[in-house]
Structures are given as C-alpha cells and as structure tokens.
Design a protein around this ligand. Sequence first.
Ligand SMILES: [Zn+2]
Ligand SMILES: [Zn+2]
Length: 282
Amino acid sequence: MDWLTNFHSHCFFCDGCAPMEVFVHHAIAHHMNAYGISSHAPVPFSSNWAMRKDDVDEYLQEFHRLKQQYENQIELYVGMEMDFLSKEKDSVFRTYQNLPLDYRIGSVHYIDTLDNGQLYWNIGGDPKNYKRAICELFGGDIRRMIRRYFQQTNEMIESADFDIIGHVDKITDLAERFYAHQFDPNEPWYLHLIDETFSLAKEYGKIIEINTKGVETKHRTFPHRRHFRRIQELGIPVMVNSDAHKPDCITCGFRETYQTLRECGFRTVRILKNNRWTDMEL
Ligand SMILES: [Zn+2]
Ligand SMILES: [Zn+2]
C-alpha cells in the first residue's frame, strides 16, 4: 500500500483537541498522502461537540489557507460529519447541502424518539444515559433501541446526500460491553437487521467507513470485523478512517485493520486522490 490516508478527523472547530493546522502537521509527519478534515456539522440544538453555526465560514477559510500552504506536502480535503436526526427533522443535511465540501460523512449519533422532539439522546455518551434511554425511551427493550438506530440509518441512506456512512454499528458498542446478557450480535435478528443496512448501502452507492477509533481501547472497529466478509461479498467499497480527535490518533488501529480487511478478501479501499474517488490496492 503506497498511499496513506485518513478522512475522518475533528479539530478545535468541533470537539477535537487541537487546531486544524496541528492535525495537518501530524499528518505530514506521519507521511500521509491525503488527509480529510471532517468536523461535526452544526446541529439545531445546543451541543458541546458540534461546530457552531457562526464558525462554518471560518472553518472553510482556514481549510483553504492550509490547503494552499501545504499543497506540496499533502493532499488536503474538507468534509463534515453530518448528523441525520430523522426523516422529518433532517435539517443538518438540508442546511448544508450546498456547502462546497469535498465529501460528506453521514452519521447517526442522536436518536430522536420523543413525540415532542425535545430530547436528542447521544448514543456515544455516558453509559448511564444509555441505560436511561433503554428504560425510558424503549421500555427496557434493547432490541427496540437497536432497531430504531438502524431504521434511522436506513432513512439517512435513502434520503440524504452524502458519500460515506460513519461508524455504521456504533449503537452496539455499549450494548456489547454492558448488556451482553440482553444482546448477542451473532443472533439472526441482528445479523438480518445490519444486513438490510449493508444492502441499502450497496443499492445507494455509499462507502462504508471502517472506523478504527476504538481499536486500541475497545479492541474493535465500527463496523465490527465480524461483518467484513459480508460487506466484501456484497461488493461495497470501504474506507479506513481513525475518527481522530487527537493529533496522535490519526493512524490509530490502521495496521491491524488493513490486515484484517486483506484476510477477509478485500483487495482495495476507496479514497480521494487527485480530487477523485479512487480504489487503492491494499
Ligand atoms: Zn461520529
Ligand atoms: Zn467523528
């Protein structure tokens, strides 16, 4: 593999831990060939991790300054990680659909289940809130919660304009760690559920991100490696990203993940190169 890339990263414009330029310095120091900035797009409610609406112009300006400054050292791309809230409430994709971005990552972080639409619950947050959500929003039924997450993901694939599905099975992270007595990811109902999402990804021409953020801490990727063979059988393009929030994490978990993909039959990964989607040999 002769082209090192990462297209999922955060910085001071959202909840990343350093200025955009520091991430670019690290990418160059790691001999990356292409690097993508993908801050969380602003959401229509208060959030301590998404970009502020007023900062969007500055985000693009800062990116273009860096792209020009480092053009001889690295290919830089700008995207956003966009939250799909629900078919009715999808204001994030709609609001930013005309922004001049190189790519868009579509992710579900918030499950919106209350009729009054007031409560947006972040699936990646505190395990206590996860427990509360199972009890209060889904009547204690973890399957209902997981089904709701994939339903929202499917709606995003069918109705929103984006390129890459971010961490497609993130909902199962805490389920597998804390609710193993209630949730077995090898059961047919779940495999069928996630397979529907993979089939839609294929039908709508989306790239499935293999997110390595949890490789060192949780010993897993999103999606979990147990699904790699199925994704490969379906012929869906994949892209390996680290979802870096810290400059030190821009290649976390890459080596073992590329190896596992090879073992599961993948021959290529999809990347941006010379401003075009390209399949790079593994
Ligand atoms: Zn995310
Ligand atoms: Zn992210």
